[in-house]
Write a protein that binds this ligand. Structure first.
Ligand code: GLN
Length: 501
């Protein structure tokens, strides 16, 4: 892909304009996702700070703990929403409409957050979760659609480009929205995130003509009977959830911990139930069945990867805040700026890795996808081994603080791991998914992040009693063990993948 990025051919042999050598429709999806991620990461960057400063009551320590919990739970909810979002595209609307509606709902969510009231705040978060569930899995599935019938390497390259869009938005957001939110006004920060999303929707509509028929129709339209059954189930489970919550509140036993626990259980139960029902689905052909079995392996690894990786938003940020020396000259830079470090590294490293895979492929030495996942696990384990050392160094230092280079190296190793797993996983999901399930398989891919984050709510609690050095080293051992297991299972997984590379 590096060559296609640098030597931007202006048009295909057929005369159609290209985007850095990729289908022109990529430009539309690139811009939409860039602004969507800008709004998401911008809002997320100031969420905890705003909760502590402007929404929650009580002593600071309590507010901080609660804000961190809400943050984790909210992340899980948003990524979990990708499941129904994928279903709606596959069975009801098609991806094209799901992304459009999702984008509008997200923009409305940010504008709602811009209204200074507690009720508006929670309504805004709910709108953003619903909208992201509709947009995120389906826009990724549409990227796959642009490469229908093209080589696996080209599809991977397309997803690398798309991944850069994600991270350009992700890098700029904390700087712009974070600055405005923290230094000028929280609500202005949220409003700017909304403007970003509005721009995305406008250019998505205008650029729609470049997308051909991609995502215009649902893969397998649901029958009226199926729609009725799903509606009944949704109403039943929503009713049960609301009744349980009301009972909890009325009995005076309500605690946000209950929601954290329910979500952690759901995070495990939902994928298990979903995979079982997919295997039982008569629409799944004998040819596709092993591919879904292979996907289960990738899914489980991704859960562990994101479970470790996403601690950067919570524990590592607290480490940045309390145990890292952030002075440059006489000025202490904000801890939240660390949130731009990883996307910045991705922007630099994504094309490097894409080029590396191509070079290795030319020599027939490109690691297989299972091998890349195994490497990702070894690297994420390695990053937490460094964190363990950083924790020990902070505990032994006179000031209780370590240099910024510890966290920078942790993020560098994590980002290299991310390059081996995240864009690869996006592309792989579209390749392994039977056509009628593509939105749902993308939803499952993001559910891995949800499950990882939901489980985080429990595991990060071990940090305090174990202490940094032991806590992080323990994760390092678990991740490395998982990486080695995956490596050993590689041959078996490749056999299940069949013709998918
Ligand atoms: N940072 C990437 C994004 O926002 C990956 C997130 C994920 O899949 N967990 O899309």
């Amino acid at each position: 892909m590096a060559s296609s990025l640098t030597k931007d051919s202006a048009s295909t042999p057929g005369g159609e304009k290209t985007f850095f050598g990729h289908p022109r429709g990529m430009a539309t999806l690139f811009m939409t996702e860039m602004w969507e991620r800008f709004s998401w990461y911008g809002m997320r960057g100031i969420l905890v700070l705003y909760l502590v400063a402007g929404v929650l009551d009580g002593p600071l320590a309590g507010r901080e703990a609660l804000a961190a919990s809400i943050y984790g739970v909210y992340n899980a909810v948003v990524y979990m929403a990708a499941m129904p979002g994928g279903w709606i595209a596959d069975r009801l609307w098609g991806a094209r409409k799901a992304v459009l509606v999702g984008g509008i709902v997200i923009a409305l969510g940010h504008y709602t957050l811009a209204i200074p009231s507690d009720a508006a705040f929670f309504a805004g978060l709910a709108l953003i979760a619903a909208g992201t569930g509709l947009l995120k899995p389906n826009i990724s599935a549409m990227v796959g659609g642009l490469y229908e019938g093209q080589s696996s390497a080209r599809r991977d390259a397309g997803f690398t480009l798309f991944y850069m869009a994600i991270n350009i938005g992700g890098m700029a957001a904390p700087l712009v929205v974070g600055y405005l939110g923290e230094n000028v006004d929280w609500h202005l920060g949220f409003a700017v995130a909304g403007i970003g999303m509005t721009l995305a929707v406008v250019q998505y509509v205008l650029g729609g003509r470049h997308l051909g028929d991609i995502g215009k129709q649902p893969g397998t339209p649901a029958t009226p009977e199926e729609k009725r059954t799903v509606l009944r189930k949704v109403l039943l489970w929503t009713g049960i959830a609301v009744a349980a919550l009301l009972a909890d509140i009325v009995l005076g036993t309500y605690d946000v911990e209950h929601i954290v626990n329910v979500l952690a259980v759901l995070g495990i139960a939902v994928p298990v139930i979903y995979f079982i029902s997919m295997f039982r689905n008569p629409a799944l052909t004998a040819q596709d069945r092993p591919k879904i079995q292979a996907f289960v392996w990738f899914f489980a690894t991704a859960v562990l990867f994101w479970m470790i990786y996403d601690q950067s938003g919570s524990l590592l940020t607290l480490f940045a805040d309390g145990k890292t020396d952030r002075m440059i000259g006489g000025w202490e830079f904000p801890a939240s700026w660390y949130q731009s470090v990883n996307p910045a590294m991705v922007i630099v490293l994504a094309p490097v890795f894409a080029a590396l895979w191509v070079k290795l492929a030319q020599r027939n030495r490109e690691p297989s996808t299972p091998m890349k996942f195994a490497l990702a696990m070894l690297l994420i384990g390695g990053s937490f081994a460094i964190m363990g050392l950083a924790g020990a160094a902070a505990a032994n230092s006179d000031t209780g603080k370590v240099t910024v280079f510890w966290l920078l190296s942790v993020y560098l190793v994590q980002t290299i791991g991310e390059m081996c797993l995240s864009p690869v996983g996006l592309s792989l999901s579209t390749k392994l998914a039977p056509k009628q399930f593509v939105g749902q398989i993308m939803g499952l891919w993001f559910l891995a992040t949800a499950t990882g984050n939901a489980l985080n709510g429990w595991t990060t609690k071990l940090n305090k009693p174990l202490g940094d050095a032991l806590y992080y080293s323990l994760w390092a051992v678990i991740a490395v063990a998982a990486g080695l297991t995956f490596m050993m299972a590689g041959r078996k997984i490749r056999a299940l993948m069949g013709d998918v590379k």
